[in-house]
Design a protein around this ligand. Structure first.
Ligand SMILES: [Zn+2]
Length: 154
């Protein structure tokens, strides 16, 4: 099932602060997979483009991981879980950038599939996942977001 992607470049505005649902999502991911927080809300433009980054809305996070094979496997495990139809829909996941895939790849809710970008279009990246939540889930309270997370099978 596909859903509309809510962040057409240039069609959204910067938030004035962190979004509690997204912050809880980042925290729960870090706790489960030992990822590191490489950033959530920051008002900046996309690399090399005139548009605001989705980070400006407060609904995107960067989750870092280490250089071992085991670290990469954890990132792939997270990607598989995030893209399950029940998980993606419930948690409001609308995009994932997996920069360490070869080629780098992005999942989007409006195609419900990964797409590879061999041409560098996904931008410079490394050992982190960029994950975006829909505005509705991103703005939930931490408590309400945690309830959604706990309602899902691991
Ligand atoms: Zn990012």
């Amino acid at each position: 099932m596909t859903r509309t992607y809510p962040y057409a470049p240039g069609q959204y505005e910067a938030a004035t602060g962190k979004q509690s649902g997204l912050e809880e999502f980042s925290y729960l991911c870090r706790r489960r997979w030992r990822f590191r927080n490489l950033g959530t809300w920051v008002v900046r433009r996309m690399n090399g483009k005139p548009y605001l980054s989705v980070h400006a809305t407060g609904n995107a996070c960067d989750l870092g991981y280490g250089s071992t094979l085991r670290d990469r496997q954890k990132a792939l495990e997270a990607c598989r879980w995030f893209t399950r139809p029940d998980v993606a829909t419930t948690l409001g996941i609308v995009a994932i950038h997996d920069y360490s895939a070869n080629p780098p790849r992005a999942w989007r809710c409006d195609r419900d599939a990964w797409q590879g970008f061999a041409n560098g279009e996904l931008g410079a990246g490394g050992r982190w996942l960029h994950v975006e939540l829909a505005p509705r889930q991103g703005s939930l309270s931490r408590k309400d977001y945690r309830k959604l997370w706990k309602s899902l099978p691991r």
